[in-house]
Design a protein around this ligand. Structure first.
Ligand SMILES: [Zn+2]
Length: 247
């Protein structure tokens, strides 16, 4: 099968001789792994459009086991992200999340569009932890794991304090139900309000949301716990960011 698709480059690794193995999130076919032949040669026109987190228009052709990237044209390099080491690490973490959570050849056009808007947002507005949390919350949503936040996941009540979260059931639980169900996580009131907000809004409004450091920490921990639970993987890039921050 030969086709053309827009794609976001998730990662590249060295492959035979001058070739690289590229993992990309394509708009038409979801996650695809493909060989880019001769890409390490200085004259290769593919070099520029196959850098991690580039947005490119690619031509692909089916091979026996792996597809081949035959041609490409860069759409966006996100230069402002690349100038900021901290932001680059954050974005590489988002690419890692996608790489570890997407199934091969399963198209998710809405998640593709969210990824693109988050990259454009970060390139324009600079680092904003809420934009990263926005991406994580949307990733959970489009993978089918959106947390239920509006009513108790067990009895359905909307009244009372709904700040405990049960991971197995995937939602908040009321004080009565938390007598029998495990509370895996406790939200602060502020963090829960922010999560409800970011789940219902567009990424371009993220810099208008006010959040305390404590609420941001609470929210980061909640989304990390959820992603780890559902994806059952450790996120190496997140660990790297943490190590670099506390050096
Ligand atoms: Zn309940």
């Amino acid at each position: 099968m030969n086709y053309r698709s827009r794609a976001i480059i998730l990662k590249t690794i060295d492959y035979r001789d001058a070739d690289k193995l590229v993992t990309l999130f394509s708009e038409k076919h979801g996650k695809v792994r493909a060989v880019a032949r001769g890409v390490k040669k200085p004259a290769s026109s593919l070099r520029v459009c196959l850098q991690p987190f580039c947005h490119s228009n690619l031509y692909l052709s089916g091979g026996k086991e792996l597809e081949n990237v035959t041609q490409g044209k860069l759409i966006d390099f996100f230069p402002n992200i690349r100038e900021d080491i901290d932001l680059t690490l954050q974005v590489l973490y988002l690419m890692e999340l996608l790489d570890k959570s997407l199934m091969d050849h399963m198209a998710l056009p809405s998640l593709y569009s969210v990824t693109l808007t988050v990259l454009e947002y970060l390139n324009t507005h600079g680092n904003n932890p809420l934009a990263i949390r926005y991406f994580e919350a949307n990733l959970l949503k489009y993978l089918g794991y959106q947390p239920l936040l509006e009513r108790c996941v067990n009895c359905g009540t909307q009244s009372g304090k709904l700040q405990s979260f049960n991971l197995v059931r995937g939602g908040v639980i009321c004080p009565e139900c938390s007598k029998t169900l495990t509370s895996d996580f406790d939200f602060s009131g502020e963090a829960l309000s922010i999560l409800r907000l970011i789940s219902s809004r567009d990424v371009n409004t993220m810099h208008r949301i006010k959040a305390s450091q404590a609420a941001l920490k609470n929210l980061e921990f909640f989304l990390e716990k959820n992603l780890e639970y559902h994806l059952e993987r450790r996120f190496n890039m997140k660990k790297t960011i943490r190590t670099l921050k506390y050096l």
